[in-house]
Design a protein around this ligand. Structure first.
Ligand code: NIG
Ligand code: FE
Length: 415
């Protein structure tokens, strides 16, 4: 369906954070609520929010009676582009093996890199779209997608072309990340591989992705290697992200937070001082409760530390072959149920702050003239969302003024 004039009529609530800047978690408890109102969309923008929009010359009317309207959810951290699955590792972990043990025995990231290197772009695209569809049906309008399951440069290029194929469907906005340092392939030391990626991969991939990212952690890359890679990426005009303090605190942030990271992600083992330094440097912290839920439920990213540090926080899924749940409503549920987030904090973290974490200032809110990325959720109040987790609540999804989900049905060819 084309982007025309759309009227979303008679919503019980239209709920949105305000402004275009990331807000720290202490201030993220306020959202704007307009009751019994309608939204008019034209030319892919919100033209107005008005109680009197009873009838117009709209091309399409979306009935929001008994529903709430929210900004489309933004998932700022995914490893959704990959081939194959690793459900056997899920069961091995349940029987006591750790994520790191499995990686050392040739499983984990290396295994997915083998599958992904062997598969063709079309095959990866088809498997990736299963996850993208699930995301969208659960209210996502913007996805970050990382490369990083590659044994060679060709596979990195192939992964980024899959991200382009997803973008060109028009069913979701895509932010692309070159995860240049994710694992050390056999036959290299981490130092050698870092140099290879900087000299051979980066010149190509800096033209194909907006962000550079590195897994800086025990068993992956050191803070020094990460610094070299991120500096080189920055000098090629890329924006920066880091996986930090997921497995262990190895001082990643001490070395990297001064670089002007757009986001630092995971942050399970970071200290409040390290998080404060991130806040001072204008970064967003991306927290990934689904990862904790799969790998170690005792280590949830609790809100308290982020509030003490005054850090703006975004929520993401980290959907990957290790933690396969392409569903931001699940992340919101976990944040509220286990991480001490209020519903308003979880909502701001999934919309406004997540937009900043993917470099898309101006998305993640509903306001006059904002991008028309929004969702219609079957609930009388947005406060029902975590409470009703697991039921199909997302009735309609509009991306850039085009309906991509209509009455619970995905419109597969929105353009
Ligand atoms: O964010 N930490 C590194 N990478 C992913 C997991 C990727 C995988 O296991 O395939 C993460 O958790
Ligand atoms: Fe990750």
């Amino acid at each position: 369906m084309k982007a025309g004039r759309i009227l979303i009529r008679n919503a019980e609530e239209i709920v949105s954070p305000t402004g275009t800047k990331a807000v720290d978690l202490n201030s993220a408890d306020e959202v704007n609520i307009t009751r019994r109102s309608s939204i008019l969309i034209s030319n892919s923008r919100v033209e107005g929010i008005d109680v009197r929009h009873g009838s117009t010359d709209a091309d399409l009317i979306i009935d929001a009676e008994g529903c709430v309207v929210l900004p489309g959810l933004i998932d700022p951290h995914t490893h959704m582009i990959f081939a194959g699955t690793r459900e056997d590792e899920f069961y091995r972990r349940l029987h006591g093996e750790s994520y790191t043990d499995i990686a050392r025995s040739g499983g984990g990231i290396l295994r997915t890199a083998r599958y992904t290197s062997e598969a063709g772009a079309d095959q990866i695209y088809r498997q990736t779209m299963e996850r993208v569809r699930s995301s969208v049906m659960n209210g996502i309008t913007t996805l970050e997608m990382k490369t990083g399951y590659s044994l060679d440069l060709n596979t990195e290029v192939k992964m980024s072309s899959v991200a382009e194929m997803v973008r060109s469907t028009g069913i979701v906005n895509v932010a692309t990340t070159f995860l240049g340092l994710h694992f050390v392939p056999n036959g290299f030391t981490s130092e050698e591989f870092t140099e290879k990626v900087i000299s051979e991969f980066l010149p190509v991939m800096s033209e194909r992705a907006s962000f550079a990212d590195v897994f800086c952690d025990s068993g992956a890359f050191s803070p020094e290697e990460s610094l070299r890679f991120l500096r080189a990426s920055k000098s090629r005009g890329m924006k920066l992200k880091v996986h930090a303090d997921e497995i262990e605190n190895i001082g990643s942030l001490d070395m990297l937070s001064g670089l002007g990271l757009t986001s630092a992600d995971h942050l399970i083992n970071s200290t409040v001082d390290q998080l404060s330094a991130l806040a001072k440097n204008g970064s967003v912290g991306v927290v990934l409760p689904i990862t904790s839920f799969y790998l170690d439920p005792a280590k949830m990213p609790v809100a308290d530390r982020f509030m003490k540090a005054g850090l703006p926080v975004a929520l993401g899924t980290d959907c990957s072959p290790a933690t396969y749940a392409p569903n931001m409503i699940f992340a919101i549920y976990l944040a509220v149920r286990f991480c001490g987030f209020s519903i308003n904090q979880a909502l701001t973290a999934s919309t406004l702050n997540a937009a900043i974490a993917v470099g898309m200032e101006g998305r993640g809110t509903i306001a006059e003239n904002s991008h028309a990325d929004l969702i219609v959720v079957k609930a009388n109040s947005y406060r029902e969302i975590p409470y009703k987790f697991g039921s199909d609540m997302v009735k309609d999804v509009v991306v850039n003024g085009r309906p991509v989900v209509k009455d619970w049905n995905l419109i597969s060819e929105p353009i």
